[in-house]
Design a protein around this ligand. Structure first.
Ligand code: SAH
Ligand code: SF4
Length: 440
């Protein structure tokens, strides 16, 4: 979502004469868009700010001014401390106020000093942002689109409800309009974004539309949109209608990121996740029933307060039972202000490390097995650009894997059939499946 937000900040600043540059060294304004989810991400902000200060000093010697802004969730959570620790920062703004950037920049130009805006405004930024520029990633063929923000679930470990605010959905009409513009600019694949994207319920036709209903509208109204993904979902909101849509809506990719965090019922309860490990297994089997070729990915936290060896073993067992195509796994990180941070029975660092290594080894094995299982199959690949070697093209499989194969540059932007021949660590090799030609 920060990638999406950064692009929207560039949109907001464009009318003021700003446009993105490749390096901070020659920028008139530098915005650090930050993440607060784990301590490591938050700490990085301060080391990065030290570097930006040097850039600012160097530019000053050349008689140039540099505005430094800190945006995102670290700004939201630690705005005041941030200004105290790094007084050279000009602007501090949270994730819900970046539509006000022009006003903040004008205030600094007028009065100098620093400006901080970490409100949760009554107005929605989405109603006030200018139209987005064409996406910059993967040859403009894939794009993110935020449809839902914030969270009311208050998991014990998580800062999101405090930094992104309450759960809200964008109205369907505004999402359709943005999707239409993206597709008109060449986008073939959209990833719908939200902290709880499957809790989506955006205003539509005097009522609200759910995520499967929104997906059906996107498919019906925008025929040139070929692929749809969504991230991140919560198991509790994985309703049957959405599971059925994976079978019925052809633009849904056979791929789902569904974080489970732990396989122990005791830890899931302490985390306030609102479901058991078996309920998760049951959702997975319904998904596989609806869409047998679906690949699953997940997030895991090891070392939540109170997690014993037995609890961790339950997580390993869940992973063995489900078999994931890939996953993210993290050591529990104590976040200020969250319920888990103050709990007794914090798990020792070396225990967390051991558990993380064991879990990651198992997940790696499963990812390798999944990649190997695709060898010999023919996959639809969205051709995204030229490969590194001459004659080579890069693409994206239905499972988000990069795929390399020989082809003609005129195929960029098409979905082609590729026979997978080689699994690499994080990508696949293959060759064009001539007989069936291109899919579109
Ligand atoms: N809304 C999603 C997750 C959003 S946060 C969900 O409910 O599943 C993204 C991921 O960061 C989480 O899935 C979790 O694995 C990880 N995470 C969040 N807070 C964390 C913490 N305090 N320590 C370690 N990992 C954390
Ligand atoms: Fe955080 Fe996700 Fe839980 Fe919300 S549902 S509190 S975003 S982990």
């Amino acid at each position: 979502m920060n990638v999406y937000d950064s692009a929207r900040m560039a949109d907001v600043l464009r009318p003021l004469g700003y446009s993105p540059v490749d390096l901070p060294d020659n920028a008139d304004m530098i915005i650090l868009n930050t993440c607060h989810i784990r301590e490591r991400a938050a700490e990085k902000v301060f080391s990065e700010l030290g570097r930006l200060r040097q850039i600012r000093e160097a530019r000053k010697l050349e008689g140039k001014e540099t505005l430094i802004a800190v945006a995102g969730c670290v700004a939201q959570a630690e705005g005041k401390e941030l200004l105290a620790r790094a007084p050279y920062v000009d602007l501090v703004l949270g994730p819900q106020t970046y539509h006000r950037l022009p006003e903040m920049v004008a205030r600094i130009a007028r009065a100098g000093g620093s400006v901080i805006d970490t409100d949760f405004p009554v107005e929605s930024k989405f109603d006030l942002l200018p139209e987005e520029a064409a996406p910059q990633n993967e040859g403009n063929l894939t794009a993110f689109l935020t449809i839902q923000e914030g969270c009311d679930k208050f998991c014990s470990f998580c800062v999101v409800p405090y930094t992104r605010g309450a759960e809200t959905s964008r109205p369907v009409a505004s999402i359709l309009a943005e999707a239409e513009r993206l597709v008109a600019s060449g986008v073939k694949e959209i990833t719908l974004l939200g902290q709880n994207v499957n809790a989506f319920h955006g205003d539509w036709n005097g009522g609200t539309a759910s995520l499967p209903e929104l997906a059906a509208l996107l498919h019906e109204k925008i025929p040139a949109l070929k692929r749809l993904r969504y991230i991140t979902s919560h198991p509790r909101d994985m309703e049957q209608a959405l599971i059925d849509a994976h079978r019925d809506n052809p633009i849904f990719m056979p791929y789902l990121h569904l974080p489970v965090q732990s396989g122990s019922d005791k830890v899931l309860k302490a985390m306030n996740r609102g479901h058991t490990a078996d309920e998760y297994r049951e959702i997975i089997s319904r998904l596989r029933e609806a869409r047998p070729d679906i690949a699953l990915t997940s997030d895991f936290i090891v070392g939540h307060p109170g997690e014993t060896d037995e609890d961790f073993e339950a997580t390993m067992q869940l992973v063995r039972d489900v078999r994931f195509a890939s996953a993210y796994s993290f050591k529990y990180s104590q976040r200020p202000g969250t319920p888990a941070a103050g709990q007794p029975f914090q798990v020792a660092e070396d225990v967390k490390e051991k558990r993380l290594a064991a879990l990651q080894a198992l997940l790696r094995e499963q990812q390798d097995a999944f990649n190997a299982s695709l060898v010999g199959t023919v996959q639809d690949v969205l051709v995204t650009g030229l490969g590194r070697k001459p004659g080579q093209l890069n693409g994206r499989s239905p499972y988000l894997q990069p795929v390399h194969f020989e082809g003609d540059p005129s195929q960029i932007g098409q979905i082609v059939k590729v026979r997978i021949t080689a699994p690499f660590t994080n990508s696949l090799g293959g060759h064009l499946h001539e007989q069936e030609g291109t899919a579109i």
